[in-house]
Design a protein around this ligand. Structure first.
Ligand SMILES: [Zn+2]
Ligand SMILES: [Zn+2]
Ligand SMILES: [Zn+2]
Length: 101
């Protein structure tokens, strides 16, 4: 196991703690400290995190994930939704005005 030779940093807080860190068996590259799991993901058990970390769950709320792709994706999704709504509204509007004329 090469992983044990590497510095083990918690993905959530970036602190290294070899003893209380839970490795993810899915991505094999993310680790979460038990303390952080309790604090940030109280709905997840340590065993669950070791099978599928919050990052693999797609709900990681660390600074990095919140400020990178996750946020951007969410924002784009919102924009898309708003555009959709706008298009529907406009087509309804034009349909009603067409009927009125
Ligand atoms: Zn941590
Ligand atoms: Zn993972
Ligand atoms: Zn993260």
């Amino acid at each position: 196991m090469k992983v044990n030779c590497l510095a083990v940093n918690c993905h959530q807080c970036r602190r290294s703690d070899r003893r209380t860190v839970v490795p993810c068996t899915k991505c094999k590259e993310k680790f979460y400290r038990i303390k952080c799991i309790r604090e940030w993901y109280p709905e997840l058990e340590e065993e669950e995190v070791s099978e599928l970390c919050p990052y693999c769950h797609g709900k990681c709320n660390c600074n990095l994930c919140l400020h990178s792709s996750g946020m951007l994706k969410g924002y784009l999704h919102l924009q898309l939704k708003l555009n959709d709504h706008f298009v529907t509204m406009m087509s309804e509007f034009t349909a009603t005005t067409a009927q009125l004329q």
